[in-house]
Design a protein around this ligand. Structure first.
Ligand code: HEC
Ligand code: HEC
Length: 390
């Protein structure tokens, strides 16, 4: 036995110090609080709304060509993402599709946080010409034709849609915008209300998509209760070394912290720009967009009051640190969903870790990543640890 173990320390899981176990515990699902309430969405926790939201999420009729649903890019058996460098609906977008587990915990949506609620987020791809490509009157007609009963039981009567064009909306093509401009403001507001409610139903569904327990959670739970982790919960030396680097010298935990391994903040980590894409300033360009979004927390479609808008009221409005800053992604499930970063810049986990080792200068703004050169062993250990989060 002694021989097989080599150095005694390598056989003993309690070689993580009590302080390290405490820190590791802060990253486990056991520490995840209940999904925070969303007072801006009165049906956030209504099960009929969540069921309608699920139907809409998977319905390809919710697009201009009848072929794109949210699930085209956010695939249920693929961590609600698509494994592509950049999402593809009607056409290809400029960023990578984000996985959705635990998304209801995040105060800001998108890589740059340009929406401040899940329901406001859901409306954006519906009108994006490269994603669903639909228009507001189109979605209102669709709800009236296919889902009137279910909608009305949750939200009350649908407005009268007679005489409204099939396609009209403030964000569509020039023709669709012109058609929208001809609709009187009272009727526009009725259509906008239906549109907002579509987002609220979808958000109620998304609130039920939660991260699942992993080997890492079981390993730390065993250590924290003073037990020897057994079977699948035991860590190899390499995995333990990776965990120790992650919470220690490598400083990953400075941003990838809490039970979802994200601080939900925006950071410039010097990820390179992609040739041929329009300039992407990350958070720096999103602040203005969230303020001008009619579906934001301050807007007329929110069910809350200004007191519920803490994030928006105290939002950092500018500064160099927002330049090319992106939301820290959760690392749960990360090993099985390449590629990585906001535009799929890295194909493998090896390339992603290599990025931290090289710590390149940012294309704009200033990278917050310190230059830490990892040894081959350190790099392998970090990867081995990240795989335990699957
Ligand atoms: C064409 C592919 C595509 C379709 C269709 C699509 N998305 Fe996305 N989704 C993306 C991409 C790409 C991003 C990141 C975009 C960005 O940051 O600019 C994203 C981001 C998100 C986010 C933000 C997650 C986070 O952590 O911030 C949510 C939530 C989301 N999508 C939900 C939806 C819903 C709901 C629908 C349907 C109404 C939908 N998506 C349709 C590709 C898609
Ligand atoms: C200063 C904050 C910060 C630190 C420190 C940090 N990260 Fe990140 N991490 C981010 C941000 C922000 C992104 C997304 C960047 C982008 O897409 O441009 C990211 C992306 C990643 C990704 C890709 C995930 C995905 O879904 O695309 C991995 C893997 C990762 N980090 C691992 C690590 C590891 C391992 C360490 C420690 C060596 C670390 N990070 C340190 C903020 C940080």
């Amino acid at each position: 036995m002694m021989l097989a173990c080599g150095a005694v320390a390598a056989c003993n899981p309690s070689e993580l110090t009590d302080a390290e176990i405490e820190t590791a515990k802060s990253l486990t699902l056991a520490e995840l609080p209940p999904v925070p309430p969303d007072p801006t969405n009165r049906v956030a926790d209504d099960s009929a709304a969540a069921a309608l939201g699920a139907t809409l999420f998977f319905d390809p009729a919710m697009s201009i060509d009848g072929e794109v649903s949210c699930a085209t890019c956010h695939q249920i058996d693929n961590q609600f993402q698509d494994g592509l460098p950049r999402g593809h609906g009607i056409a290809t977008t400029d960023r990578r599709t984000m996985p959705l587990a635990g998304v209801a915990y995040s105060p800001w949506q998108f890589w740059d946080g340009r929406r401040d609620s899940l329901w406001a987020q859901a409306l954006t791809p519906l009108e994006d010409l490269r994603e669903h490509g639909g228009t507001r009157t189109f979605y209102a007609h669709l709800i009236a034709e296919r889902y009137a009963d279910r909608y009305e039981r949750i939200f009350g009567p649908l407005p009268d849609l007679t005489g409204l064009p099939v396609h009209a909306g403030p964000r569509g093509s020039l023709t669709h915008k012109a058609a929208w401009a001809r609709i009187p403001p009272e009727r526009q507001e009725e259509i906008d209300t239906v549109f907002a409610n579509i987002g609220k139903a979808i958000a109620a569904f998304e609130r039920t998509i939660l991260p699942e327990e992993t080997r890492f959670d079981r390993y730390v739970a065993a250590l924290a209760s003073g037990k020897q982790p057994e079977g699948g919960a035991a860590f190899t030396d390499l995995e333990r070394e990776g965990l120790r680097l992650f919470i220690g010298k490598a400083g990953c935990i400075n941003c990838h912290n809490g039970p979802r391994l994200t601080d939900d903040h925006f950071h410039n980590t010097g990820v390179p720009a992609v040739d041929g894409l329009p300039e992407d300033r990350g958070r720096a360009q999103a602040v203005r967009q969230v303020i001008s979004d009619p579906f934001n927390c301050f807007g007329p479609f929110s069910d809350g009051t200004e007191a519920d808008c803490g994030e928006l009221r105290f939002m950092v409005p500018g500064g160099e640190e927002l330049e090319r800053a992106y939301k820290t992604p959760s690392l749960r499930g990360v090993a099985s969903r390449p590629p990585y970063m906001h535009a799929g810049q890295y194909r493998t986990l090896e390339e992603a870790i290599d990025h931290y080792s090289r710590a390149p200068e940012a294309p704009a703004g200033k990278s917050e990543i310190p230059a830490l050169v990892f040894t081959d062993r350190g790099r392998a250990a970090l990867i081995a640890f990240l795989k335990t989060l699957d």
